[in-house]
Design a protein around this ligand. Structure first.
Ligand code: SF4
Length: 194
């Protein structure tokens, strides 16, 4: 299927737009191969921003999305959900980080705008090659083996058991408790360590 890529360039209020000429970046994106539309928008992660993307996916039959905004660490999941709710595979999306890796690291507007264009261009090229991915589920055995019955091992085994799962705690020594069991009392409460 021919890529029909939608590009969204976020202002993030003044976080991006005060340094980068977002309209120029969107205009640049319109000229890239495979790009069906490119828009700049104040806050792309807001509900109206996500609705804009969803409507465009449906009305303009977009099959790939590029979002030029913040770090994927912040909103990659948000935008994957946006795509999924518009019945587009959530992995047909790339983010170009024009905030942390661009707007926030220079005061040079011209250079920042040029770098933003380069980041958008790379993301557009990459998204054209993206393949839809499916989440798979597989049966698994939730039982857990904890090796070593010192304090950490005992506590881990208790946490797992208290969450309702079966746990096997193994210890190579004849008794459990590790170094702690060899102490008499502990500072500062003088509790009996055993
Ligand atoms: S998507 Fe990221 S860059 Fe855009 S408004 Fe939200 S937090 Fe800011």
């Amino acid at each position: 299927m021919e890529p029909r890529i939608g590009v969204y360039v976020c202002h993030c209020g003044a976080n991006i737009a005060a340094t980068i000429d977002v309209e120029q970046v969107a205009e640049f994106a319109r000229g890239l191969e495979g790009v069906a539309l490119a828009k700049d928008y104040k806050f792309v992660c807001s509900d109206p921003g996500q609705d804009l993307i969803k409507n465009d996916i449906k009305e303009q039959k977009l099959n790939r999305i590029v979002i030029a905004s913040c770090s994927p660490r912040l909103h990659e999941l948000t935008f994957r959900r946006t795509l999924a709710s518009a019945d587009l595979n959530p992995y047909l999306m790339e983010m170009a980080n024009i905030r942390e890796q661009c707007a926030w690291v220079t005061e040079d507007h011209e250079l920042a705008t040029e770098k933003a264009k380069a980041l958008v261009s790379a993301a557009v090229r990459k998204v054209a090659y993206d393949q839809p991915l499916e989440t798979k589920e597989a049966p698994m055995n939730p039982n857990t083996l904890v090796v070593g019955a010192g304090i950490a091992g005992i506590q881990a085994a208790l946490e797992i058991a208290n969450s309702g799962n079966l746990v096997y705690l193994v210890e190579r020594e004849p008794s459990i408790g590790g170094h702690m069991a060899q102490l008499d009392k502990t500072f500062p409460t003088l509790d009996c360590s055993a």
